[in-house]
Design a protein around this ligand. Sequence first.
Ligand code: ARG
Length: 409
Amino acid sequence: MTHEKVALAFSGGLDTTVCVPLLEEEYGYDEVIGVTVDVGQPSEEFDEAHETAEALGLEHYVVDAQEEFADLCMDAVRANATYQGYPLGTALARPVIAKAILAVAEENDCTGIAHGCTGKGNDQLRFEAVWRDSDLEVIAPVRELGLTREWEQEYAAERDLPVEGGDGGAYSIDTNLWSRSVEGSELEEPSHVPSEDIYAWTSAPGSETQELTIEFEDGYPVALDGEELDSVTLIETLNDLAGDYGVGRTDVMEDRMLGLKVRENYEHPAATTLLNAHEALESLVLTQEERQFKNYIDQEWAEKGYQGLVDAPLVRALEGFIDETQERVTGSVTIRLEGGQARPVGRESPYAVYSAEAASFNTEDVIGGIEQNDATGVAKYHGFQQRLSNKVTEAANEGRTDWGGDDAE
Ligand code: ARG
């Protein structure tokens, strides 16, 4: 007789806890193994997962994927990636988590792989996009059995499952290095103004200010105030620093992939700081046409990031363009943290497409062989079509064939 094993994405919360007996009873598996992937959640979440797994007698694996996740967040910075104002913390973490769980499942000769997502959200799609590349049976008990939170609570009580404190409180919260999201309960009412206590990473903006300098190399943030930091440490440090100034709060109506709108509150102090700094440096070193075109590239990148499809051929192609442009995104940006904002207040780079002399009002110098008076011809042409069109139209509307002709100017 074969012993069939299924790997479950496990957090120790209500959904994934009820999935354990269900995978055995409803899906016929002999053994469930739980996998929790570390993408920078707070340590309490690992304690909860650990304790619940122990109480369930579940073999429990914890995989550290912080570095891999942080690297992806840095790619997101190079792509100035936000979706409807949200810097994609949950979205970018999902493929990383899905791959780590799949690896554990394969090492343990599992024949199934499961998550506790509902059929309404984005995460089911992001997980399965990765898992359906394997031969494992993909199982989504909550979605497939049509479970509700109430049903799960009753079931857990009947079975005496270890869910104390495991229902996560009033809100549904998802935390990782890049963002913390809060949804549910009274926040589901779009008109409800959230109270301060939904925030854990950011203080209410006050009147204090602080300046810091971020250095970039090839579009990657590499140092803070002159100190080189690895990506994980840089993100953690900036979450603390900028969080104190209330930086990186967003309250949005988000369009999910299935079309449902959901009210989301996010905190992402490091993401906001790094994204603002990166964009400020790009504004100095990229040409106007590169900046304009890169907007489209960035938007596409963010869209695929939101969908959990960072391995799409399109993303590799977009990154070809991004790589090419980022070779010059080297330099530093001074950011002022103040009143909930991370405002670029200074920038420098050896690649600056900038000549103070050329732009100055106070010079008679000839730059690149061009002098002030050379603009006269350009100024004469500028707006020619609008002047001509307006005159021709006026004449035509009045039934005149003569619109003023060559001496119209
Ligand atoms: N709406 C976001 C996304 O799909 C985040 C969802 C986070 N989940 C949560 N339970 N708060 O990427």
